[in-house]
Design a protein around this ligand. Structure first.
Ligand SMILES: *Cc1c(COP(=O)(O)O)cnc(C)c1O
Ligand SMILES: [Zn+2]
Length: 409
């Protein structure tokens, strides 16, 4: 919190004091998502390359000075962050890219990038002495909140749409959350959770509404930059639902650019499913966002009304990136490719960012001379039903060597 200057409404730019306990702008209401401003001149004095070199905390808390939290004892929390950034072995050559890096966020404690936001939600709730945290989620925000809260002894009430994959539901129940499976889509789920949070006064971990969450998510960008020794790639690709993740990715690079640790912000590729693409549609048609259907196997990005539109749109426009869509078929193909050629297993929304890169290459948006980082946002084990659609079923043989030899011929 030391280096936080103030909060600023992304819509009307009204400034709020950093000690005011508000979620959204008082003038703009729910649409007035706040952004957190930092005193980069002060941060610059302590955060430099040596600061990172001497940092022995290999979790997201290594970036605590760049975040909107109080400095506290983080040693008891789950180990979120410092996931591997792999240089591609095979796909780089196949695609003919100058460089390809894959950030595997599925290796976080509850197996998605959402842990970076949920860990912050838990810390903030504890700062405010809240005992119950609540959110609505397409699945991963929920399971990560449940896990991170369980570890710190906080209770969670979670709202998920009934379509949420079994893996994510199982996580929620194992982590001991009170789970409300809403008979409706994500839009209905969000509405009910909002009403309930207002009614009961729980701590709110809802995407976008809580400005601290993007500050947690941005640590993925800080890490990518650090793991690349601050020589960042031309492009960074990420899948988009509510828009908090992509907003966080931009914010992380913006922080590093502002303190002079990187000399450019990478172009950010925002990838949506063609079955649910409100951002892409608004971009392609040059019109305001309109509500979209939620028809895709990539459940984590099936968000018909994105809750963080301004941060998401700024991330793409200010970085000089673009929006793109991919089909479910392309997502499944990307899943198989990443799994069989790099050993990285992502859920459908997790690999959509990679599918977007292939598409962008075909369209000439990304060039062969470009370097690219892909963020795999969630683990494939969360949704094996869709994974099996990508790869089919194995052969069944009698326990007989001759049969096996015949088959392997
Ligand atoms: C939540 C999520 C996203 C998208 O993040 P938003 O902030 O909703 O845009 C992408 N992939 C996975 C696996 C997610 O869980
Ligand atoms: Zn406002």
């Amino acid at each position: 919190m030391k280096y936080v200057k103030n909060f600023e409404c992304t819509v009307c730019h009204k400034i709020y004091d950093k000690n005011e306990l508000i979620y959204t702008c008082k003038e703009c209401g729910e649409k007035g998502i706040l952004d957190i401003n930092y005193d980069y001149d002060e941060i610059k004095k302590i955060v430099n390359k040596a600061y990172f070199k001497n940092n022995t905390d290999f979790t997201m808390w290594r970036y605590k000075d760049l975040m909107s939290i109080k400095d506290t004892d983080f040693s008891k929390s789950l180990k979120v962050g410092w996931t591997p950034l792999y240089e591609s072995n095979i796909l780089k050559e196949e695609l003919g890219l100058k460089a390809l890096y894959i950030k595997d966020e599925g290796l976080n404690p509850t197996a998605s990038l959402k842990d970076r936001a949920s860990a912050v939600a838990v810390v903030k709730a504890m700062e405010e002495n809240a005992e119950v945290i609540s959110c609505s989620s397409t699945g991963n925000a929920a399971s990560s909140l449940a896990g991170n809260a369980a570890r710190m002894g906080l209770k969670t009430v979670i709202f998920v749409p009934k379509r949420a994959p079994q893996g994510k539901l199982a996580q929620l129940l194992v982590y001991g959350a009170k789970v409300i499976s809403v008979d409706g889509d994500y839009k209905d789920t969000f509405k009910l959770s909002k009403d309930a949070i207002n009614h009961f006064g729980w701590y709110n971990r809802n995407a976008a509404i809580n400005p601290h969450l993007v500050e947690g998510k941005k640590t993925v960008a800080l890490e990518i930059a650090e793991q690349l020794d601050f020589n960042i790639t031309d492009w960074v690709s990420v899948s988009v639902g509510d828009g908090c993740t992509i907003g966080g990715v931009y914010k992380g690079f913006f922080d590093l650019f502002s303190i002079g640790l990187i000399d450019k912000i990478p172009k950010i590729l925002g990838v949506q499913s063609d079955g649910c693409s409100p951002f892409y549609t608004a971009f392609a048609e040059g019109c305001p966002l309109v509500e979209a259907d939620e028809n895709t196997i990539a459940d984590s990005i099936a968000v018909g009304i994105p809750r963080n539109p301004v941060k998401a749109q700024n991330a793409v426009s200010k970085s000089g990136g673009t929006w793109i869509t991919v089909s479910d078929k392309e997502i499944l193909k990307a899943m198989k490719n990443l799994g069989s050629k790099e050993g990285i297993f992502g859920e459908p929304a997790g690999v959509a960012g990679f599918a977007g890169v292939i598409n962008a290459l075909q369209q000439g948006i990304i060039k062969n001379t470009d370097s690219v980082t892909v963020i795999v946002t969630g683990n494939g084990l969360k949704d094996t039903v869709n994974a099996l659609k990508a790869v089919g079923k194995p052969i069944i043989l009698k326990p007989d060597l001759h049969e096996l030899i015949k088959y392997l011929k």
